[in-house]
Design a protein around this ligand. Structure first.
Ligand code: 3PG
Length: 334
């Protein structure tokens, strides 16, 4: 169950963020108002080179015929929902997990369902997840709560055969589906030789400060693992290459990923410094909403519940979408 405290910790952190035009210099990269991300240590071209564009069946993104959904029209505005996966079996055991692929606990399942209720009136046209099961379970469980009742379908593009064998041959069915695009670039940071170790025991062995540095610093990697900076190089580059173009085309996007891959993306969206990102903690299963408009990301906090009026007042488009859902459910109930 999501707690008020965890929600508050995310929201209160927002007040610390720097102004939209701030420049990050302390940690070797600079973000300007055009939201470019360049690394001093790692050339941006190199970042681009390690990511590849996703290819998938675009017809799954085609507009619904039954709901003339404003979210489907070309627009300069779109919703972006970020969700850290629900509690995993290794979160429960307090083990460093990283890229080890463990499922959700029952509590994690409940958190994902609760997250889904919170965003059930917000349009979602395409979902990106990491390639790890805890993020995929979270995305699927959240989407089954959505009032629009579209079916999330994982797009397998690992081989030509996988693509061919998973084709859908009905336009109507495609219109009632949401493509789910898995990407390893959104995976949790690779925790190196800490994977599988108990967090408390590791702190006792190496000292609290050392372990805190490994877990939260920007550029100090855990032994043989990825620092947040290294994780950002793949996660933010993927976001820029594959997710931002969708938002720019007016598609509403949900990303289900991990504590550190999302911290790196939030650092980019909120233009946080490497000092500020140290205190950014993401709770499991708490959705965060951004509005992408005219090339800028506006943080809108965490939707508290499906009926919370405030969220829908953020933009006319969200309000219209919600109203349409209300009208449609009245027709169905009548
Ligand atoms: O990989 C892990 O162990 C967790 O998902 C995130 O861990 P952290 O809070 O130590 O970054």
């Amino acid at each position: 169950m999501a707690t008020a405290t965890s929600h508050q910790s995310v929201v209160s952190f927002a007040s610390l963020r720097s102004s939209p035009s701030s420049t990050i210099s302390q940690c070797g990269f600079k973000i300007d108002s055009s939201l470019s991300f360049t690394s001093k240590k790692t050339n941006f071209c190199k970042i681009k080179a390690i990511t590849s564009s996703v290819s998938y069946d675009n017809t799954l993104l085609s507009p619904s015929k039954t709901i003339p959904d404003n979210s489907q029209k070309k627009s300069n505005e779109a919703a972006l929902i970020l969700i850290r996966h629900g509690e995993s079996l290794w979160n429960e055991k307090n083990l460093f997990t990283g890229c080890v692929d463990v499922p959700l606990t029952e509590k994690g399942v409940e958190e994902a369902i609760e997250a889904g209720k919170r965003i059930s009136n917000i349009p979602v046209d395409v979902i990106f997840t990491s390639s790890l099961i805890r993020a995929q379970m979270t995305a699927m469980l959240a989407m089954i709560q959505h009032r629009r009742k579209k079916v999330p379908i994982i797009l397998h593009d690992e081989s030509e055969q996988a693509k061919t064998w998973s084709q859908v041959f009905s336009d109507e069915t495609k219109n009632q589906s949401i493509p789910v695009i898995p990407a390893w670039q959104l995976n949790e940071r690779m925790y190196g030789e800490l994977q599988g170790l108990n967090k408390q025991e590791t702190a006792e062995r190496y000292g609290k400060e050392q372990v805190h540095e490994w877990r939260r610093s920007y550029d100090i990697p855990p032994p043989k693992g990825e620092s947040l900076e290294m994780c950002a190089e793949r996660a933010v580059a993927y976001f820029q290459d594959n997710i931002e173009p969708k938002l720019a085309a007016g598609k509403n996007v949900m990303i289900a990923a991990h504590g550190n891959s999302l911290r790196s993306i939030i650092m980019y969206l909120d233009k946080l410094t490497c000092q500020e990102v140290i205190s950014l903690e993401l709770s499991t299963g708490i959705p965060l909403l951004y509005i992408f408009k005219e090339g800028k990301f506006m943080k809108r906090g965490s939707p508290v519940g499906p009926t919370e009026a405030g969220v829908y007042a953020y933009t006319k488009r969200l309000a219209q979408y919600r109203q349409k859902l209300e009208e449609d459910s009245e027709v169905i109930c009548a």
